[in-house]
Write a protein that binds this ligand. Structure first.
Ligand SMILES: Cc1ncc(COP(=O)(O)O)c(C=O)c1O
Length: 370
């Protein structure tokens, strides 16, 4: 009861702050609210677009069929959307599967995997069973990939190299300048570059651009995208790779047959190029970021510049205590990301949700916890 009235008040406050009507900031249809603030997994708390929701309901009529036709249809839509050949599109069960497939495609004795530290951990994990030699290169002092040192690590390898570049980076939310990434790619024809652009749509920085043109002009570059973030379809599992057709086929060879499900496919098909949903998600994220920044700044908790739907910020003391206390207050925040154990990763929910987070943080300050 108390939480409900508090939520209502903070929602109104956020809307008042934003000076915009409620419906532009909230989901087109409600998402489930069990009172727990889910700010730990970089999801889109607006949820899927109206069109995607309708497509899933209509898609039930095809749930008895295998997915090949609809998958081909989505590949066609994506190819058109990105201006690439259909054979350049590989679909995966989330972009996580694409990352796994690409890792397997280069795995061979003597192969080396070069990743930043910290970065999205999955690729490092996927390399393990294949015996890849795995090299972690710390981020620079501005939390960018240290391209010089990553390039050296690739150059010194005796066998095939997979370089994973997560841009913007998870968990830091920071950018590596496209000039630097492209400089390395242009001079290295033997490394396979896996450029993860899961948060591409959130970036508003002129120094950043997609590596897609390089993926289309070079056989050793793969761009990875997902429907899990800006499109709000994390639970429906749809990601994809864009690469030259031969490279795409090399990666696709590691997919199981019918690796996708009809609901994810039809929702993704309805979402591609849905500019209204995209800008609604973006605007909500920017409002949420502003609310969050204001609270962190008010409390003097240093933060990294966020180019995504999450921010990494300082937490005094043991981050595990902070995470546990937040959970006790019905707020899920990000897990520890060593070696950055003095920070916590916080995903942006809706602006009103971030108001509630801000109130919790102020309470933590009153208790002497932050
Ligand atoms: C950088 C990055 N890549 C890939 C993924 C995997 O996303 P999905 O498998 O849902 O597409 C995530 C998820 O958080 C991510 O942060």
């Amino acid at each position: 009861m108390e939480r409900r009235s508090f939520l209502g008040a903070s929602l109104a406050a956020a809307v008042g702050l934003a000076g915009r009507p409620l419906e532009t900031l909230s989901s087109p249809r409600p998402v489930r609210d069990d009172g727990i603030l889910r700010l730990g997994s970089n999801e889109n708390s607006l949820g899927p677009s109206s069109a995607a929701r309708r497509a899933v309901i209509d898609g039930l009529a095809e749930a008895n069929r295998y997915t090949h036709r609809v998958a081909a249809d989505l590949r066609g839509r994506l190819a058109e959307h990105h201006g690439v050949p259909e054979r350049s599109v590989v679909l995966g069960n989330g972009s996580a599967e694409i990352l796994q497939m690409a890792t397997q495609a280069v795995a061979s004795p003597g192969g080396r995997l070069v990743v930043a530290d910290p970065t999205f951990e999955q690729v490092y994990g996927y390399g393990e069973p294949w015996g890849l030699e795995r090299v972690k290169v710390p981020l620079t002092s501005s939390y960018a990939h240290d391209i010089g040192r990553m390039r050296d690590a690739a150059r010194r390898a005796g066998g095939p190299v997979l370089a994973y570049i997560c841009n913007p980076n998870n968990p830091t939310g920071t950018l590596t300048l496209s000039d630097e990434v492209e400089g390395w790619i242009r001079e290295d024809e033997s490394t396979l570059f896996l450029v993860d652009e899961a948060y591409f749509e959130y970036v508003r920085d002129a120094r950043y651009r997609s590596a897609l043109p390089l993926a289309m002009s070079r056989p050793n570059v793969v761009v990875v995208r997902t429907f899990s973030k800006i499109y709000g379809l994390a639970g429906l599992r749809l990601g994809y790779a864009l690469a030259q057709p031969e490279t795409a086929a090399r990666i696709d060879a590691y997919a199981a047959d019918s690796n996708l499900n009809i609901m994810g496919l039809v929702a993704a098909r309805a979402s591609v190029g849905d500019e209204a949903h995209l800008s609604r998600s973006l605007r909500s994220n920017e409002e949420a970021r502003a609310v969050t920044y204001a609270a962190l700044d008010e409390l003097g908790l240093e933060r990294l510049p966020s180019h995504t739907n999450f921010v990494m910020h300082r937490v005094p003391g043991d981050v595990r205590d902070y995470i546990r206390r937040m959970a006790e207050h019905q707020v899920q925040v990000g897990r520890p990301f060593p070696p950055m154990t003095g920070h916590n990763r916080l995903s942006f929910g809706r602006p009103a949700e971030m108001e509630r987070f801000a109130e919790t943080l102020r309470e933590f300050r009153r208790n002497g916890w932050v």
